[in-house]
Design a protein around this ligand. Structure first.
Ligand SMILES: [Zn+2]
Length: 516
C-alpha cells in the first residue's frame, strides 16, 4: 500500500523500496500501485510503495519524477507501463537479505509486536546489504555441531528445537566462514572419552560437508576461506572448545590439527590439568608449564590460541607465551557487562598489542548482565521443578540433559535486549583496542537468549546496518565482519611456517601421565 511522503502536489515520484510488506504477493503490489496511482494526489516528494519482504526483495528504484499535470494526462499509459513492468520483474528468491526478521521475529524468539516496529532507513539498509554481500563474513563460534553429532542433524534441513543454524540461514546471513565448535563437555574428563568425543564431533563436520558439497567447503586456511567466497560456498572450519579435549597430550593436539582443527579454546568453564578457567578452580596460577608448552605447540602447528573462557591470569600468560596473535573466539567487553567470560580493558589492550582479535559474543547474559542476570535468575527459579525433573531423568546422559535443559530455556525466552546493546560492545572494543581487533563470534546454538535482530545466523546483515548507522565506513565494517580474523589467522600461519617443517617430526612428545 502506498503512502504519501509529502503533501505539496507538484511533482510525482514512485519509489519502490524495502519497506516491509510482509507476505505481499506481486499481485497485491500491483494492486497497491493502482490504488496509489488513482487514489493519491501527486506529491513533490513521491509515494513509497512497499516491497515484498521475507522471501522476495525488490531493489529500490526511482521510476519517474515530473510535474503533476503531465502525470494526470499520462496516467493510462503509466498504468500499462507498470503492469508490463511487473510481468517482466518477476521477483526472484532473495538469498541474502534478512530484513523481515530484523523487526518481525518468529514468535518463539519473542518478537516485538508490529506496532512497536522501529522505522528502518531503507537507503542505509540497501547500502548495508551491498557491503555485507561483498564482505568476507566470519563467525568464529557456532555450537550446532552438538546436534549434528548427537542427533545426526543435517544442516540442509530444519534444525531440531532449540537449535537455529542451517545452510539456508547461513546463506541468508551472507556468511562466508563458520567455525563449528567442537565443544567437549567436562564430564568427558571425569568419565573419560574426551578425545574420542572430539573425533566424533569432527566427523560430524566432515559429514555435513560431504552431504552438502554445493553449499559447504571444508576449510583449514585463510586461502580456503577466500576461495569459498569466490566459489559462493560457506567455508566450514573447526575449533575445539575446552583444552581437556587433547587429554594432556601434545601428539593428540597434533592429530586434531591434522584433522582440521584451527583453534583451540584453552579451557571451557572447567579448569583442566594445565590451565585455569575463568569460572573454574584456580589451580595453576594461569597456565602451568605444560600449558605453556601447549600454547607454543599450537604456534608451531598454526592453530590459533583461543582465550575465551580462560581466567584473566591464563589469558595474560597466553599473551606472554604466544609468538603469534591470539583470539578470543566468543567473548565480549567486561566494562559493559561484568562477567568473568568477558574481557577487561587492560587485557583488551594487551590483545591489541599482541595483534590479536576479540570476537564479540552475542549472548544476552554477556551483553548486559545487569539486566539479564536477574531475569535469568527469576526464570531459573520459575522453572526449577521442571529443571530438576530433567536432571533426574537424564542423570546418566549429560548430552541429552543439556539438550533438554536448552529446550526448556528456549521455550521460556527472556525479553530480548535491543541490538544496540550488542553494538555497544563492538564500539567499546574499538575504542579500547582499536578497529583492527574486533570481530564476531556469536555463540549461536550455544546460548539461547540473544538481542533482538541477532537471534540466529541469518540476521548478521543487521549488524552491518547498525554499524553503518553508527558511522563506521565500509573498510571498518569489513574488518569487523571478517578481515580482522583473517589477518590474525594468516599471521598464525606465517609464524607456524617459520617455526617448523613437519607436524609430528619437529614436535615434542610431552604428555601428562594420567592423574588418578
Ligand atoms: Zn563457550
Amino acid at each position: 500500500m502506498g503512502r504519501p511522503r509529502s503533501d505539496a502536489p507538484t511533482d510525482f515520484e514512485f519509489i519502490i523500496g524495502a519497506w516491509g510488506a510482509h507476505g505481499v504477493t506481486p499481485l497485491q503490489i500491483s494492486n497497491s500501485l493502482s490504488e496509489g496511482a488513482h487514489g493519491v494526489t501527486p506529491h513533490n516528494d513521491g509515494l513509497t510503495i512497499g516491497t515484498i519482504n521475507g522471501d522476495y526483495e525488490f531493489r529500490s528504484l526511482t521510476f519517474f519524477s515530473f510535474p503533476g499535470k503531465v502525470f494526470m494526462r499520462a496516467r493510462p499509459l503509466i498504468m500499462v507501463f507498470f503492469c508490463a513492468l511487473f510481468l517482466v520483474f518477476i521477483p526472484v528468491p532473495n538469498s541474502s537479505a534478512v530484513h523481515s526478521k530484523e523487526y518481525s521475529m518468529p514468535e518463539k524468539q519473542g518478537g516485538a509486536p508490529s506496532d512497536m516496529k522501529p522505522v528502518r532507513d531503507e537507503k542505509l539498509w540497501k547500502r548495508a546489504l551491498e557491503i555485507h554481500r561483498k564482505a568476507i563474513v566470519i563467525d568464529t563460534h557456532n555450537d550446532v555441531t552438538t546436534p549434528m553429532t548427537n542427533d545426526d542433524y543435517d544442516l540442509s534441513g530444519t534444525p531440531p528445537t532449540p537449535y537455529r543454524t542451517s545452510i539456508a540461514r547461513m546463506k541468508e546471513g551472507g556468511l562466508t566462514a563458520e567455525f563449528f565448535s567442537v565443544y567437549i563437555k567436562p564430564h568427558y574428563v571425569t568419565q573419560g572419552g574426551a578425545a574420542r568425543r572430539t573425533l566424533d564431533m569432527i566427523d560430524s563436520v566432515y559429514r555435513a560437508v560431504e552431504r552438502n558439497p554445493n553449499d559447504l567447503m571444508f576449510a583449514t586456511s585463510v586461502a580456503d576461506i577466500r576461495r569459498a567466497k569466490r566459489q559462493n560456498k560457506i567455508a566450514a572450519l573447526m575449533g575445539i572448545e575446552g583444552g581437556h579435549a587433547i587429554e594432556d597430550s601434545l601428539p593428540t593436539l597434533r592429530e586434531f590439527y591434522r584433522l582440521g582443527i584451527r583453534y583451540m579454546t584453552l579451557t571451557w568453564n572447567n579448569t583442566n590439568n594445565w590451565a585455569d578457567a575463568g569460572r573454574g578452580e584456580k589451580k595453576h596460577n594461569g597456565l602451568s608449564d605444560f600449558g605453556k608448552e601447549v600454547v607454543r605447540e599450537m604456534n608451531r602447528l598454526g592453530m590459533m590460541v583461543d582465550v575465551s573462557h580462560v581466567s584473566d591470569k591464563t589469558m595474560s600468560d597466553a599473551l606472554d607465551v604466544s609468538k603469534a596473535p591470539i583470539i578470543a573466539s566468543h567473548s565480549s567487553a567486561r566494562a559493559l557487562s561484568n562477567v568473568p567470560r568477558n574481557i577487561p580493558d587492560d587485557l583488551l589492550k594487551r590483545i591489541a598489542q599482541n595483534g590479536g582479535v576479540v570476537q564479540v559474543n552475542f549472548y544476552s547474559g554477556f551483553v548486559d548482565n545487569a539486566t539479564v542476570g536477574p531475569q535469568s535468575d527469576q526464570r531459573a527459579a520459575r522453572l526449577k521443578a521442571q529443571q530438576d525433573a530433567i536432571n533426574e531423568k537424564y542423570k546418566d546422559d549429560p548430552e541429552r540433559r543439556a539438550e533438554e535443559s536448552d529446550k526448556l530455556e528456549a521455550a521460556n525466552p527472556l525479553p530480548p535486549l535491543p541490538l544496540s546493546k550488542l553494538i555497544d560492545h563492538i564500539d567499546h572494543i574499538v575504542k579500547v583496542a582499536g578497529i583492527d581487533h574486533v570481530g564476531l563470534g556469536a555463540d549461536f546454538d550455544g546460548a539461547n537468549d540473544m538481542p533482538e535482530g541477532a537471534q540466529d545466523v541469518s540476521m548478521l546483515p543487521n549488524i552491518t546496518y547498525e554499524l553503518l548507522k553508527r558511522g563506521y565506513n565500509e573498510q571498518d565494517i569489513k574488518k569487523i565482519l571478517g578481515e580482522n580474523l583473517l589477518r590474525v589467522f594468516s599471521e598464525v600461519e606465517r609464524v607456524s611456517r617459520g617455526m617448523s617443517k613437519s607436524i609430528s617430526g619437529d614436535g615434542s612428545l610431552k604428555r601428562i601421565e594420567r592423574i588418578k
